[in-house]
Ligand binder design. Sequence first.
Ligand SMILES: *Cc1c(COP(=O)(O)O)cnc(C)c1O
Length: 506
Amino acid sequence: MSNNSVSGSSAGIMYTSTRGGQEPVTASMAILKGLSDNGGLFVPTRIPRLEKSLSELAGLSYQDLAYEVMRLYLTDFSEEELRACIRAAYDEKFDTPDIASLHEADGAWFLELYHGATIAFKDMALSILPHLMTTAARKNKADHEIVILTATSGDTGKAALAGFADVPGTRIVVFYPKYGVSPIQEKQMVTQKGANTCVIGITGNFDDAQTAVKKMFADREMGAVLDKAGFRFSSANSINIGRLVPQIVYYVYAYARLLRDGVIREGEEINITVPTGNFGNILAAYYAKQMGLPVKKLICASNENKVLFDFFTSGTYDRRREFILTSSPSMDILISSNLERLIYKIAGEDAEACAAFMASLSSDGSYTITEEMKKGLTDFYGNFLDEEETACVIADIYAADRYVIDPHTAVGAGVRRKYVEETGDDATKTVIASTASPYKFTRSVMRALGEPVEGLDDFVLADRLQEKSGVPIPEAVRSILTAPVLHDQVVDPADMPAAVLRFLGI
Ligand SMILES: *Cc1c(COP(=O)(O)O)cnc(C)c1O
């Protein structure tokens, strides 16, 4: 743990690998590299403390607050560089000047993280990552073209494409499970413009895509081939610390807004509920807590792929199970990559131990943490919702509050209810990360609301949802209605490396 007295911004923060064997690197280098050389994830050598008081932060705009949080982590960026990145990211691409807004319903506060270009929370980080990356390349005099390689369960892909399209000095290749994303998600991706973009469906699930992408990153031979041709891989997945750091901002912002609005007193603890897949979003909330944000419980919500719930209850992470396709596809994940950063932390920052757990996960499909490490999990509460419960929560909250939420957010809202029921903690104000607009999952939402969906296409359903909810159809959905399909490649997971080389003309 960091010592409060030494966490001034003047002391630069470096980044090391969760699996060791890596000299500490600067923030900009960690962003550029994405993943450490031995496949470990970059972690800050210490977690900085918030420097301004919460009431000071309560008076700031999203952009100014983002600067106050991010500068504590990206200590080798100048003020000018960081502010320029923030300005370029959080602008009119968002349909509210608040960038992230709070909505009270169901006895909690929904933190709407879906007001960006692709109407899901990934925009919060992926709108700034390309700017952090190109700035980092400039700082490190990296003259190779950056090739972003991304595996997506639906939302990351489009958000990354939107962020990187036509950014000079970058190319982006996105792999998605051909039969594992919603029709609107797929249409959003395959209509992506930009000569530097490439979108490929695979005949496997998200884990297959992610595993193959990780393999390519670790493949030295392939790296050498790229290097020779003037390219270098980088990652836009949530394992990049350039994704993680911007996600910390909105938890501090949510707290600051509740404080400003008189909902909470300064220092009052809140709960944060996060519908979770890859463990990136909730890890950012955990970092916010470590920075001194008054948070009681981090409520980790899973769908029927409840590998995290089982982990929190048993201490065993076991991916050997059936992969279930649910109405919250961005959480259909059996290997939550970012959990590695938590494992590293609760193992007492022991990289060797962490590497051994990850080796066991990859060879045996499971690992069990020690009793000592389990004590580090008390910040968390985990639970899950099945498909029927998820639909009920959507219907319920609409009936009571006329507020429509998407299935991912509903998993969060339902797990919060279970937490309150189980613990009796109904006094702690709770922020629920609302991770997607209901318009991104219109079919599931309308079905949950008891509306007819058979034989109606997603765009008709969007019209009907608009009539019902009174919330206008977002521009992101309207614009893809007529957009032509520009990407139609489908490959076997084994052929992913060849597809990348083809796109790069190697
Ligand atoms: C990615 C995503 C999640 C899961 O977030 P993680 O950071 O992977 O845990 C939840 N909901 C939606 C809509 C998403 O796109």
